[in-house]
Ligand binder design. Structure first.
Ligand code: ASP
Length: 353
């Protein structure tokens, strides 16, 4: 059990001061030689998935105003969690096969080397905030299901219906068209039964080189109740080592979990890789671990997966299995301290159009 003093120390401080007070200094080179040892010369940067131009802008503005990197990252992703139009996270996120929205989120605070996560959380619009409370106020890392909800309620969160009219209609359409032998009458399905997915991973570094990462999602649409993906798994959905950088993922969670992809991406950066190369190298490992049932006859994947990374100096990059989604080029959102923009991700495969 960690001495509660360290918790008080955490709550009273922000940024680099937290790590200094709570933990002994990490010896340089003790983990195989961190690639980046810059303090005070980082370019503040926030990188995230394509649905996150507003979140990277919010996170970057907050760190530039001196707000702690984790607080800034969570405030950023909350914009999308609270947006009923975003069906991949929080309020309005697509539900499980029973029509219940179950949310996953996790975070790592680089300076204090703490992590928090929630899985299969129901009724709370902003799981990223609840994950941050697990990090700050408990000696644990992950709370799930009813326990996670009770924990959130104890901090004053309101239990709410997370379904919107649009997400309910999507779910009812899916349920009606699920199979030829079920008891529901088919309804027109213009999406051709595409199974929507989506997530936000946001990683941020401030001018002092302190980092944090957060990932939040409603997970795979129509999932088996209780299924959690990669997003709440520390080291898969996101990971930060304050000596090196932060990384995280969106896409097929099961494939990411098998390689601990966010952790692996940070480890690639530790060995000196640039963020984009680190993301692509992790994706190569994903392909090595992919069973034949998930491959097309030509060996290309039947799924997509993306990684986003930023290092301690503020260099950033992203990589995806495929160059494009059904809707256009695979992009990510970044704020590099000057402006927010969309960038094309690097990739391993070209999608046949
Ligand atoms: N990674 C998420 C999950 O597997 C889904 C997604 O990003 O599309 O739950």
């Amino acid at each position: 059990m960690i001495d509660p003093v360290s918790r008080r120390a955490f709550l009273g401080m922000t940024g680099a001061a937290v790590g200094a007070a709570v933990l002994p200094p990490v010896k340089q080179g003790s983990l195989g030689g961190p690639a980046i040892h810059l303090r005070g010369v980082a370019r503040p940067t926030a990188i995230s998935s394509a649905n996150s131009l507003a979140p990277v802008t919010q996170a970057l503005e907050l760190v530039q105003a001196g707000v702690d990197t984790l607080d800034a990252a969570v405030e950023g992703v909350k914009i999308q969690e609270l947006d009923p139009e975003d069906t991949s996270v929080g309020y309005g996120g697509l539900p499980n096969e029973h029509g219940v929205v179950q949310l996953d989120a996790s975070c790592v605070h680089g300076p204090s080397r703490r992590a928090g996560a929630v899985g299969a959380l129901e009724g709370i619009k902003t799981p990223s905030e609840v994950a941050k409370l697990v990090l700050k106020y408990t000696d644990h890392i992950m709370l799930v299901g009813e326990g996670a909800k009770q924990f959130a309620l104890s901090y004053g969160f309101k239990e709410e219906d997370l379904m919107t009219q649009a997400s309910r209609e999507d779910w009812l359409r899916w349920r009606a068209n699920r199979g030829p032998k079920d008891d529901w009458l088919d309804v027109p399905d213009d999406e051709n039964m595409v199974r929507p997915t989506g997530t936000i991973n946001l990683n941020v570094v401030n001018a002092a080189g302190d980092l944090s990462s957060v990932t939040t999602t409603s997970g795979l649409a129509w999932k088996i109740p209780g299924r959690v993906g990669d997003s709440p798994i520390i080291g898969a959905g996101q990971y930060t080592d304050n000596d090196i950088g932060g990384a995280g993922s969106t896409g097929r969670g099961e494939s990411n979990i098998m390689v601990c992809g966010a952790f692996l991406t940070v480890e690639h950066m530790r060995r000196g890789m640039a963020p984009t190369d680190a993301c692509l190298e992790t994706l190569r490992r994903v392909m090595q671990m992919t069973p034949p049932r998930l491959l097309h006859p030509d060996g290309t994947p039947r799924f997509d997966l993306s990684f986003y990374a930023v290092n301690k100096a503020g260099e950033f990059g992203a990589g995806s299995l495929y160059d494009r989604t059904r809707w256009g080029p695979r992009r990510y959102a970044v704020h590099d301290g000057r402006e927010a923009s969309f960038q094309d991700a690097a990739y391993l495969y070209e999608r046949a159009v």
